[in-house]
Design a protein around this ligand. Structure first.
Ligand SMILES: O=c1[nH]cnc2c1ncn2[C@@H]1O[C@H](CO)[C@@H](O)[C@H]1O
Ligand SMILES: [Zn+2]
Length: 331
């Protein structure tokens, strides 16, 4: 299989973790911001998380530099366009990008300007390339909760016109879901779909909670349902799709190495899995790389690959017409 030519779908990709290093340099110049270096390879080193991260929290430190240039409408629009452009050029046919609107308030932008800018960048790429996309709004679990409903309200204007879902991201502690029930409920009432990062650094119970308390239809990573029978059974019985991100899962130590990643065991046992990038820059990866790693490590056939592709289509938050279009690429 030529992984580059395969049609691909990425349902879990963070905007701020997927910025081109060269764009950081150019935007910092335009915005008169100091840079730690003018050398692109040094900038890249500062953006890519090492394979030797202690945990998710160390991985999450790599987002500071990109976020510094993502505080203007122009910066957000450009970076959004470029993520979709990069994905389209490696045959990603559908991409759901997520980001945390609260991380882009440093220069006084409103939530409407922030969300509007990334949607604009995505639409420009959709016009130019054979790719479709949507945005997911991530709430950082560690940030104050007083503005969460404002984010949900601002995004509601773009619902099913660029924005589709609500997510919780950032550092993961046991039992976090309990604090977010009213916010997830509010988002669902407004018409958002729900995906939640859970079972990455935290335990399988977090995945159970994300589904049963927050209404998650998909779960970011979900690795630790392995070893938690109740969460495992719930994910299966509710047809929750897991958004696995192999390279990121190794970096954050969610798994020890690729061969111990449960992705194939899950797939063979009927747990719905999808293959995604998480962060194209921070994890120094592409969809081609992620597919290649999984296909090679687990000796997946073309049939296996397209079964996973179809799970991605079916469990995407795309409109029905887009899903039908994406199914045409499946063998
Ligand atoms: O794998 C992950 N797990 C949890 N949080 C993450 C991951 N990757 C990125 N972010 C967090 O999501 C924010 C918005 O995009 C990023 O700034 C980062 O803090
Ligand atoms: Zn993520």
């Amino acid at each position: 299989m030529n992984n580059f030519d395969l049609p691909k779908i990425d349902l879990h990709c963070h905007l701020d973790g997927s910025v081109r290093p060269q764009t950081i340099i150019e935007l910092a110049h335009q915005q008169n911001l100091p840079l730690p270096s003018e050398d692109i390879s040094e900038i890249k080193t500062l953006m890519v998380a090492p394979e030797t991260c202690q945990n998710l929290d160390e991985y999450l430190m790599r987002f500071e530099l990109p976020l510094s240039v993502m505080q203007t409408e122009e910066g957000l629009e450009r970076i959004s366009f470029e993520v979709f452009e990069d994905a389209a050029k490696e045959n990603v046919k559908y991409l759901e990008v997520r980001f945390g609107p609260m991380l882009h308030l440093q220069n006084g932008l409103t939530f409407d300007q922030i969300i509007g800018s990334v949607v604009k960048g995505m639409k420009r790429a959709e016009e130019q390339y054979d790719i479709h996309g949507n945005y997911i709004l991530s709430i950082l679990r560690t940030m104050p909760k007083d503005r969460i409903n404002e984010v949900i309200d601002a995004g509601a204007k773009y619902l099913n016109n660029g924005v589709v879902a609500f997510d919780l991201a950032g550092s993961e502690v046991s039992g976090f879901c309990h604090e977010f029930i009213p916010y997830a409920q509010y988002a669902i009432e407004k018409g958002y779909r729900v995906t939640i990062h859970a079972g990455e650094q935290g335990d399988g119970q977090n995945v159970h909670d994300a589904v049963s308390l927050l209404g998650a239809e998909r779960v970011g990573h979900g690795i630790h349902i392995k070893g938690h029978p109740e969460a495992y059974e719930l994910v299966k019985s509710e047809s929750v799709a897991l958004e696995t991100c192999p390279s990121s899962n190794i970096q954050t130590k969610a798994v020890d190495n690729l061969s111990s990643h449960p992705i194939k065991a899950f797939h063979k046992d009927g747990v719905l899995i999808t293959i995604n990038t998480d962060n194209r820059t921070v994890s120094n990866t592409t969809m081609t790389d992620e597919v290649r790693k999984v296909v090679e490590e687990f000796d997946l056939s073309r049939e296996d690959y397209f079964a996973i592709y179809k799970v991605s289509v079916e469990h995407s938050f795309a409109a029905d017409a887009v899903k039908q279009h994406l199914m045409q690429y499946a063998d």
